[in-house]
Design a protein around this ligand. Structure first.
Ligand code: COA
Length: 395
Protein backbone atom coordinates (compact mmCIF):
# COMPACT_ATOMS: atom_id res chain seq x y z
CA UNK A 1 0.00 0.00 0.00
CA UNK A 2 1.30 3.45 -0.89
CA UNK A 3 -0.02 6.75 0.41
CA UNK A 4 0.60 9.11 -2.46
CA UNK A 5 3.08 11.89 -2.00
CA UNK A 6 1.41 15.33 -1.97
CA UNK A 7 -1.78 13.82 -0.65
CA UNK A 8 -3.05 12.68 2.75
CA UNK A 9 -6.06 10.97 1.33
CA UNK A 10 -5.07 9.00 -1.77
CA UNK A 11 -3.95 5.42 -1.31
CA UNK A 12 -2.72 3.12 -4.10
CA UNK A 13 -2.71 -0.62 -3.57
CA UNK A 14 -3.10 -4.03 -5.12
CA UNK A 15 -6.36 -5.81 -4.42
CA UNK A 16 -6.99 -9.55 -4.46
CA UNK A 17 -10.51 -9.26 -3.05
CA UNK A 18 -12.85 -10.87 -5.62
CA UNK A 19 -15.71 -8.54 -4.68
CA UNK A 20 -13.56 -5.44 -5.19
CA UNK A 21 -12.26 -6.80 -8.51
CA UNK A 22 -15.81 -7.51 -9.60
CA UNK A 23 -16.81 -3.99 -8.63
CA UNK A 24 -14.05 -2.49 -10.80
CA UNK A 25 -15.35 -4.55 -13.73
CA UNK A 26 -18.89 -3.34 -13.12
CA UNK A 27 -17.47 0.17 -13.31
CA UNK A 28 -15.20 -0.12 -16.33
CA UNK A 29 -17.67 -2.34 -18.19
CA UNK A 30 -19.58 0.84 -18.91
CA UNK A 31 -16.73 1.69 -21.20
CA UNK A 32 -15.70 -1.71 -22.57
CA UNK A 33 -18.72 -4.01 -22.58
CA UNK A 34 -19.35 -3.58 -26.31
CA UNK A 35 -22.28 -5.78 -27.33
CA UNK A 36 -22.36 -7.59 -23.96
CA UNK A 37 -24.63 -6.63 -21.08
CA UNK A 38 -22.79 -5.28 -18.05
CA UNK A 39 -23.33 -8.58 -16.21
CA UNK A 40 -22.00 -10.56 -19.17
CA UNK A 41 -18.95 -8.32 -19.39
CA UNK A 42 -18.22 -8.88 -15.69
CA UNK A 43 -18.58 -12.62 -16.25
CA UNK A 44 -16.21 -12.46 -19.22
CA UNK A 45 -13.58 -10.66 -17.18
CA UNK A 46 -13.93 -13.37 -14.51
CA UNK A 47 -13.40 -16.04 -17.20
CA UNK A 48 -10.29 -14.23 -18.47
CA UNK A 49 -9.04 -13.77 -14.91
CA UNK A 50 -9.20 -17.53 -14.41
CA UNK A 51 -7.77 -18.32 -17.84
CA UNK A 52 -4.41 -20.04 -18.34
CA UNK A 53 -2.53 -16.76 -18.92
CA UNK A 54 -4.39 -14.98 -16.11
CA UNK A 55 -3.28 -17.65 -13.62
CA UNK A 56 0.03 -18.52 -15.25
CA UNK A 57 2.16 -17.49 -12.27
CA UNK A 58 0.50 -20.20 -10.19
CA UNK A 59 1.17 -23.03 -12.64
CA UNK A 60 3.65 -25.72 -11.59
CA UNK A 61 5.62 -25.13 -14.77
CA UNK A 62 6.06 -21.38 -14.12
CA UNK A 63 6.91 -21.93 -10.44
CA UNK A 64 9.51 -24.52 -11.42
CA UNK A 65 11.03 -22.27 -14.06
CA UNK A 66 10.93 -19.11 -11.93
CA UNK A 67 10.93 -20.15 -8.26
CA UNK A 68 11.38 -16.45 -7.56
CA UNK A 69 9.37 -13.95 -9.54
CA UNK A 70 6.62 -16.34 -10.75
CA UNK A 71 4.10 -14.44 -8.61
CA UNK A 72 4.40 -11.51 -11.02
CA UNK A 73 3.26 -13.62 -13.95
CA UNK A 74 -0.51 -13.41 -14.56
CA UNK A 75 -3.18 -10.86 -13.75
CA UNK A 76 -3.03 -8.34 -10.92
CA UNK A 77 -5.55 -5.68 -9.98
CA UNK A 78 -4.87 -2.24 -8.52
CA UNK A 79 -7.03 0.53 -7.06
CA UNK A 80 -6.66 4.13 -6.03
CA UNK A 81 -8.78 4.96 -2.99
CA UNK A 82 -9.81 8.35 -1.71
CA UNK A 83 -9.89 8.13 2.09
CA UNK A 84 -11.76 11.41 2.29
CA UNK A 85 -14.86 9.55 1.14
CA UNK A 86 -16.66 8.84 4.34
CA UNK A 87 -17.57 5.19 3.95
CA UNK A 88 -16.63 1.85 5.47
CA UNK A 89 -16.89 0.19 2.07
CA UNK A 90 -13.71 0.03 0.01
CA UNK A 91 -15.70 0.13 -3.21
CA UNK A 92 -17.21 3.51 -2.29
CA UNK A 93 -13.71 4.91 -1.90
CA UNK A 94 -12.31 3.73 -5.26
CA UNK A 95 -11.67 6.60 -7.64
CA UNK A 96 -9.51 4.82 -10.27
CA UNK A 97 -8.48 1.27 -11.06
CA UNK A 98 -6.25 -0.66 -13.43
CA UNK A 99 -4.81 -4.11 -14.09
CA UNK A 100 -1.52 -5.62 -15.04
CA UNK A 101 -1.04 -8.74 -17.08
CA UNK A 102 2.46 -10.02 -16.36
CA UNK A 103 3.77 -12.13 -19.23
CA UNK A 104 7.00 -13.84 -19.94
CA UNK A 105 9.29 -12.18 -22.43
CA UNK A 106 12.90 -12.16 -23.59
CA UNK A 107 15.35 -9.31 -23.77
CA UNK A 108 18.93 -8.48 -24.65
CA UNK A 109 21.15 -5.84 -23.11
CA UNK A 110 24.17 -4.52 -24.99
CA UNK A 111 26.89 -7.13 -24.75
CA UNK A 112 24.92 -9.86 -23.02
CA UNK A 113 22.96 -12.95 -24.05
CA UNK A 114 19.20 -13.34 -24.39
CA UNK A 115 17.59 -13.31 -20.93
CA UNK A 116 14.02 -13.80 -19.67
CA UNK A 117 12.12 -10.69 -18.66
CA UNK A 118 8.72 -9.90 -17.24
CA UNK A 119 6.60 -7.85 -19.61
CA UNK A 120 4.09 -6.10 -17.36
CA UNK A 121 1.21 -4.89 -19.51
CA UNK A 122 -1.05 -2.23 -18.03
CA UNK A 123 -4.71 -2.41 -18.98
CA UNK A 124 -8.19 -1.44 -17.81
CA UNK A 125 -7.17 2.06 -16.69
CA UNK A 126 -10.44 3.58 -15.54
CA UNK A 127 -11.81 6.53 -13.58
CA UNK A 128 -15.56 6.77 -13.05
CA UNK A 129 -17.11 9.74 -14.90
CA UNK A 130 -17.82 11.80 -11.77
CA UNK A 131 -14.16 11.57 -10.74
CA UNK A 132 -12.56 12.41 -14.08
CA UNK A 133 -10.29 15.36 -14.75
CA UNK A 134 -8.99 15.50 -11.16
CA UNK A 135 -5.67 13.81 -11.91
CA UNK A 136 -6.63 10.47 -10.34
CA UNK A 137 -5.63 8.21 -13.25
CA UNK A 138 -2.35 10.08 -13.66
CA UNK A 139 -1.54 9.72 -9.97
CA UNK A 140 -2.48 6.05 -10.06
CA UNK A 141 -0.18 5.33 -13.03
CA UNK A 142 2.65 7.30 -11.40
CA UNK A 143 2.16 5.30 -8.20
CA UNK A 144 2.13 2.08 -10.23
CA UNK A 145 5.37 3.13 -11.95
CA UNK A 146 6.98 3.76 -8.56
CA UNK A 147 5.66 0.47 -7.23
CA UNK A 148 7.01 -1.53 -10.18
CA UNK A 149 10.36 0.29 -10.03
CA UNK A 150 10.58 -0.60 -6.34
CA UNK A 151 9.91 -4.28 -7.05
CA UNK A 152 12.37 -4.32 -9.95
CA UNK A 153 15.16 -2.57 -8.03
CA UNK A 154 14.82 -4.49 -4.76
CA UNK A 155 18.24 -5.91 -3.80
CA UNK A 156 17.25 -9.57 -4.13
CA UNK A 157 14.93 -9.39 -7.08
CA UNK A 158 15.44 -12.26 -9.54
CA UNK A 159 16.61 -11.61 -13.11
CA UNK A 160 13.09 -12.04 -14.49
CA UNK A 161 11.99 -9.04 -12.43
CA UNK A 162 15.21 -7.02 -12.76
CA UNK A 163 14.65 -7.13 -16.51
CA UNK A 164 11.03 -5.96 -16.26
CA UNK A 165 9.59 -3.86 -19.07
CA UNK A 166 6.24 -2.08 -18.82
CA UNK A 167 4.01 -1.69 -21.85
CA UNK A 168 0.43 -0.62 -22.56
CA UNK A 169 -2.01 -0.01 -25.39
CA UNK A 170 -3.51 3.45 -25.09
CA UNK A 171 -7.02 4.22 -26.22
CA UNK A 172 -6.54 7.81 -25.17
CA UNK A 173 -3.77 8.89 -27.52
CA UNK A 174 -0.68 10.42 -25.95
CA UNK A 175 -2.18 10.57 -22.43
CA UNK A 176 0.55 8.29 -21.03
CA UNK A 177 3.48 10.13 -22.56
CA UNK A 178 3.62 12.47 -19.54
CA UNK A 179 4.00 9.40 -17.32
CA UNK A 180 7.20 8.11 -18.92
CA UNK A 181 5.71 6.11 -21.81
CA UNK A 182 6.90 6.32 -25.39
CA UNK A 183 4.21 5.64 -28.00
CA UNK A 184 4.78 3.49 -31.04
CA UNK A 185 2.15 3.61 -33.73
CA UNK A 186 1.77 0.32 -35.58
CA UNK A 187 -0.55 0.86 -38.55
CA UNK A 188 -3.29 -1.56 -39.57
CA UNK A 189 -4.39 -2.97 -42.89
CA UNK A 190 -8.10 -3.58 -43.32
CA UNK A 191 -9.32 -5.83 -46.11
CA UNK A 192 -12.99 -5.11 -46.78
CA UNK A 193 -13.11 -6.33 -50.42
CA UNK A 194 -13.25 -10.03 -49.58
CA UNK A 195 -14.57 -11.22 -52.97
CA UNK A 196 -11.99 -9.11 -54.77
CA UNK A 197 -9.04 -10.35 -52.72
CA UNK A 198 -10.19 -13.93 -53.32
CA UNK A 199 -10.23 -13.33 -57.05
CA UNK A 200 -7.12 -11.22 -57.37
CA UNK A 201 -4.74 -12.50 -54.71
CA UNK A 202 -5.85 -15.70 -52.98
CA UNK A 203 -4.56 -19.16 -53.85
CA UNK A 204 -6.89 -20.94 -56.27
CA UNK A 205 -5.73 -24.55 -55.77
CA UNK A 206 -6.13 -26.92 -52.83
CA UNK A 207 -4.28 -25.95 -49.65
CA UNK A 208 -2.91 -28.89 -47.68
CA UNK A 209 -2.69 -28.53 -43.93
CA UNK A 210 -4.71 -28.60 -40.73
CA UNK A 211 -7.11 -26.32 -38.94
CA UNK A 212 -6.13 -25.06 -35.48
CA UNK A 213 -8.62 -25.37 -32.65
CA UNK A 214 -8.62 -23.93 -29.12
CA UNK A 215 -5.27 -25.50 -28.22
CA UNK A 216 -3.16 -28.48 -29.21
CA UNK A 217 -0.61 -26.68 -31.36
CA UNK A 218 2.12 -26.15 -28.75
CA UNK A 219 4.81 -27.42 -31.14
CA UNK A 220 3.97 -24.61 -33.57
CA UNK A 221 4.18 -22.00 -30.82
CA UNK A 222 7.58 -23.41 -29.85
CA UNK A 223 8.73 -22.68 -33.41
CA UNK A 224 7.58 -19.09 -33.01
CA UNK A 225 9.48 -18.73 -29.77
CA UNK A 226 12.72 -20.03 -31.29
CA UNK A 227 12.30 -17.61 -34.18
CA UNK A 228 11.73 -14.75 -31.70
CA UNK A 229 15.03 -15.54 -29.96
CA UNK A 230 16.89 -15.73 -33.27
CA UNK A 231 15.40 -12.43 -34.29
CA UNK A 232 16.43 -10.75 -31.03
CA UNK A 233 20.02 -11.74 -31.83
CA UNK A 234 19.64 -10.44 -35.35
CA UNK A 235 18.20 -7.11 -34.27
CA UNK A 236 20.94 -6.84 -31.65
CA UNK A 237 23.65 -7.21 -34.30
CA UNK A 238 22.20 -4.20 -36.08
CA UNK A 239 21.65 -2.26 -32.81
CA UNK A 240 24.45 -3.30 -30.46
CA UNK A 241 23.84 -0.51 -27.93
CA UNK A 242 20.11 -0.87 -27.50
CA UNK A 243 17.86 -2.77 -25.12
CA UNK A 244 15.66 -5.08 -27.20
CA UNK A 245 12.69 -7.03 -25.88
CA UNK A 246 9.78 -9.15 -27.01
CA UNK A 247 6.79 -10.79 -25.37
CA UNK A 248 7.31 -14.57 -25.65
CA UNK A 249 5.11 -16.67 -27.88
CA UNK A 250 2.85 -18.66 -25.58
CA UNK A 251 -0.09 -20.97 -26.31
CA UNK A 252 -1.81 -19.53 -23.21
CA UNK A 253 -1.79 -16.14 -24.83
CA UNK A 254 -3.57 -17.47 -27.89
CA UNK A 255 -6.03 -19.26 -25.61
CA UNK A 256 -6.80 -15.91 -23.96
CA UNK A 257 -7.93 -14.55 -27.34
CA UNK A 258 -9.92 -17.73 -27.95
CA UNK A 259 -11.67 -17.48 -24.55
CA UNK A 260 -12.78 -13.91 -25.34
CA UNK A 261 -13.80 -14.94 -28.79
CA UNK A 262 -15.93 -17.92 -27.67
CA UNK A 263 -17.51 -15.99 -24.81
CA UNK A 264 -18.67 -13.11 -27.00
CA UNK A 265 -19.76 -15.50 -29.77
CA UNK A 266 -22.08 -17.33 -27.38
CA UNK A 267 -23.47 -14.26 -25.67
CA UNK A 268 -24.19 -12.41 -28.91
CA UNK A 269 -25.89 -15.38 -30.59
CA UNK A 270 -23.30 -15.75 -33.33
CA UNK A 271 -22.94 -19.46 -32.67
CA UNK A 272 -20.60 -21.30 -35.02
CA UNK A 273 -20.04 -24.99 -34.73
CA UNK A 274 -16.48 -26.04 -33.91
CA UNK A 275 -14.93 -22.59 -34.30
CA UNK A 276 -11.37 -22.59 -35.66
CA UNK A 277 -8.60 -20.22 -34.63
CA UNK A 278 -6.05 -20.72 -37.37
CA UNK A 279 -4.49 -22.94 -39.98
CA UNK A 280 -1.12 -24.68 -40.35
CA UNK A 281 0.35 -25.69 -43.71
CA UNK A 282 2.17 -28.99 -44.04
CA UNK A 283 5.56 -27.23 -43.67
CA UNK A 284 4.43 -25.83 -40.25
CA UNK A 285 3.96 -22.28 -41.48
CA UNK A 286 0.80 -21.11 -39.78
CA UNK A 287 -1.65 -18.34 -39.07
CA UNK A 288 -3.62 -17.66 -35.87
CA UNK A 289 -6.64 -15.38 -35.81
CA UNK A 290 -9.36 -14.15 -33.54
CA UNK A 291 -12.96 -13.32 -34.38
CA UNK A 292 -13.69 -9.77 -33.35
CA UNK A 293 -17.47 -10.18 -33.27
CA UNK A 294 -18.15 -6.68 -31.99
CA UNK A 295 -16.02 -5.14 -34.75
CA UNK A 296 -17.30 -7.57 -37.42
CA UNK A 297 -13.74 -8.45 -38.38
CA UNK A 298 -11.31 -11.34 -38.29
CA UNK A 299 -8.03 -10.14 -36.75
CA UNK A 300 -4.78 -11.88 -37.56
CA UNK A 301 -3.01 -12.49 -34.27
CA UNK A 302 0.11 -14.22 -35.59
CA UNK A 303 1.65 -15.36 -38.85
CA UNK A 304 4.62 -17.69 -38.74
CA UNK A 305 6.82 -18.57 -41.68
CA UNK A 306 10.32 -19.97 -41.34
CA UNK A 307 12.75 -17.25 -42.27
CA UNK A 308 14.63 -17.43 -45.54
CA UNK A 309 12.22 -19.82 -47.31
CA UNK A 310 12.31 -19.14 -51.03
CA UNK A 311 8.53 -19.36 -51.41
CA UNK A 312 7.52 -16.84 -48.72
CA UNK A 313 5.17 -14.95 -51.08
CA UNK A 314 3.26 -18.15 -51.91
CA UNK A 315 3.20 -19.31 -48.28
CA UNK A 316 1.74 -15.99 -47.14
CA UNK A 317 -0.76 -16.11 -49.96
CA UNK A 318 -1.99 -19.53 -48.77
CA UNK A 319 -2.23 -18.41 -45.14
CA UNK A 320 -4.15 -15.27 -46.06
CA UNK A 321 -6.41 -17.36 -48.28
CA UNK A 322 -7.39 -19.45 -45.26
CA UNK A 323 -8.05 -16.29 -43.22
CA UNK A 324 -10.23 -14.82 -45.96
CA UNK A 325 -12.18 -18.09 -46.14
CA UNK A 326 -12.73 -18.01 -42.36
CA UNK A 327 -13.84 -14.37 -42.49
CA UNK A 328 -16.48 -15.18 -45.08
CA UNK A 329 -17.52 -18.45 -43.47
CA UNK A 330 -18.20 -16.77 -40.13
CA UNK A 331 -20.06 -13.86 -41.71
CA UNK A 332 -17.52 -11.23 -40.70
CA UNK A 333 -17.07 -8.19 -42.89
CA UNK A 334 -13.34 -7.56 -42.96
CA UNK A 335 -9.91 -9.03 -42.33
CA UNK A 336 -7.51 -6.92 -40.26
CA UNK A 337 -3.79 -7.23 -39.52
CA UNK A 338 -1.05 -5.13 -37.94
CA UNK A 339 1.76 -4.00 -40.21
CA UNK A 340 4.47 -5.36 -37.87
CA UNK A 341 2.82 -8.80 -38.24
CA UNK A 342 2.76 -8.72 -42.04
CA UNK A 343 4.91 -5.88 -43.31
CA UNK A 344 3.23 -5.43 -46.64
CA UNK A 345 6.18 -3.68 -48.21
CA UNK A 346 8.02 -7.02 -47.95
CA UNK A 347 5.16 -8.65 -49.88
CA UNK A 348 4.78 -6.58 -53.05
CA UNK A 349 1.98 -8.71 -54.55
CA UNK A 350 -0.19 -8.28 -51.48
CA UNK A 351 0.71 -4.61 -51.15
CA UNK A 352 -0.15 -3.90 -54.79
CA UNK A 353 -3.56 -5.58 -54.55
CA UNK A 354 -4.42 -3.85 -51.27
CA UNK A 355 -3.50 -0.45 -52.63
CA UNK A 356 -5.57 -1.05 -55.76
CA UNK A 357 -8.60 -2.65 -54.09
CA UNK A 358 -9.00 -0.78 -50.87
CA UNK A 359 -9.81 2.80 -50.03
CA UNK A 360 -6.61 4.57 -48.98
CA UNK A 361 -7.90 4.88 -45.42
CA UNK A 362 -7.76 1.06 -45.10
CA UNK A 363 -4.07 0.66 -45.92
CA UNK A 364 -1.65 1.85 -43.23
CA UNK A 365 -4.75 2.82 -41.25
CA UNK A 366 -4.57 4.48 -37.85
CA UNK A 367 -4.53 1.93 -35.04
CA UNK A 368 -6.86 3.12 -32.29
CA UNK A 369 -4.85 1.02 -29.87
CA UNK A 370 -1.62 3.00 -29.53
CA UNK A 371 1.17 0.87 -28.13
CA UNK A 372 3.61 2.40 -25.67
CA UNK A 373 6.50 1.23 -23.50
CA UNK A 374 8.31 2.60 -20.49
CA UNK A 375 12.06 2.19 -20.96
CA UNK A 376 13.90 0.09 -18.40
CA UNK A 377 16.39 1.61 -15.99
CA UNK A 378 19.41 3.15 -17.66
CA UNK A 379 17.89 3.44 -21.14
CA UNK A 380 16.36 6.44 -22.87
CA UNK A 381 13.24 5.99 -25.01
CA UNK A 382 15.35 6.03 -28.18
CA UNK A 383 17.51 3.17 -26.96
CA UNK A 384 14.79 0.58 -26.69
CA UNK A 385 13.44 -1.69 -29.42
CA UNK A 386 10.17 -3.55 -28.95
CA UNK A 387 10.37 -6.50 -31.29
CA UNK A 388 7.17 -8.26 -32.45
CA UNK A 389 4.87 -5.46 -31.37
CA UNK A 390 1.74 -6.91 -32.91
CA UNK A 391 -1.75 -8.05 -32.00
CA UNK A 392 -0.57 -11.24 -30.26
CA UNK A 393 0.77 -9.23 -27.30
CA UNK A 394 -2.15 -6.81 -27.10
CA UNK A 395 -4.02 -6.60 -23.79
C1 COA B 1 -8.78 8.09 -19.53
C2 COA B 1 -9.19 8.16 -18.07
C3 COA B 1 -8.70 6.93 -17.34
C4 COA B 1 -8.57 9.39 -17.46
O1 COA B 1 -8.91 9.40 -16.08
P1 COA B 1 -8.81 10.76 -15.20
O2 COA B 1 -8.74 10.34 -13.78
O3 COA B 1 -9.87 11.70 -15.59
O4 COA B 1 -7.40 11.26 -15.72
P2 COA B 1 -6.60 12.55 -15.30
O5 COA B 1 -7.43 13.45 -14.44
O6 COA B 1 -5.29 12.11 -14.82
O7 COA B 1 -6.39 13.20 -16.70
C5 COA B 1 -7.45 13.80 -17.41
C6 COA B 1 -6.99 13.96 -18.82
O8 COA B 1 -7.10 12.72 -19.48
C7 COA B 1 -7.03 12.96 -20.86
N1 COA B 1 -8.04 12.19 -21.54
C8 COA B 1 -9.18 11.67 -21.02
N2 COA B 1 -9.85 11.02 -21.98
C9 COA B 1 -9.13 11.13 -23.09
C10 COA B 1 -9.31 10.66 -24.42
N3 COA B 1 -10.37 9.93 -24.77
N4 COA B 1 -8.34 10.95 -25.31
C11 COA B 1 -7.26 11.68 -24.97
N5 COA B 1 -7.05 12.15 -23.73
C12 COA B 1 -7.97 11.87 -22.81
C13 COA B 1 -7.31 14.43 -21.05
O9 COA B 1 -6.08 15.06 -21.35
C14 COA B 1 -7.82 14.87 -19.71
O10 COA B 1 -7.51 16.19 -19.50
P3 COA B 1 -8.73 17.23 -19.27
O11 COA B 1 -9.30 16.85 -17.95
O12 COA B 1 -8.04 18.51 -19.29
O13 COA B 1 -9.69 17.01 -20.40
C15 COA B 1 -10.74 8.30 -17.94
O14 COA B 1 -11.17 9.34 -18.79
C16 COA B 1 -11.50 7.04 -18.29
O15 COA B 1 -11.69 6.17 -17.45
N6 COA B 1 -11.92 6.89 -19.55
C17 COA B 1 -12.66 5.72 -20.00
C18 COA B 1 -11.77 4.49 -20.03
C19 COA B 1 -10.53 4.67 -20.88
O16 COA B 1 -10.58 5.07 -22.03
N7 COA B 1 -9.37 4.34 -20.29
C20 COA B 1 -8.09 4.42 -20.94
C21 COA B 1 -7.73 3.12 -21.51
S1 COA B 1 -6.13 3.11 -22.25
Amino acid sequence: MTILPNSDSLVFRETTDPEVIKYTHFQNGNNWKGELSLEEYVQREAVLGKSEIGQKGKSTETIKRFPEGHEWVGLKYFILENLEVNSEKVTDRIVSSCEILGRLGSCVYPGSKVEPCLVATIGGVYTSPENRGKGYARQMIEALNDHLDGVRDAPNSPDLIKNMVVILYSEVGEYYSNMGFKSEHVPLHIVTQLDEIEKRYCHQGTIEGRELGFGGYEELVALQDKAFSRNLEKVRKLNPYKFIFTVSADIDLYKWFAHRDLFIMKKTNRMQKDLKFGFALSDNSHIIWHHNWSGDSLIIVKVFMEEGKPDAQLTLCKLITMAVKETKKTGLKSLVFWDQEIEIKQFPELQKELLEMEHESNVYAKNSSLSAFRPPKGFGVDNVIWDNNTKFCWF
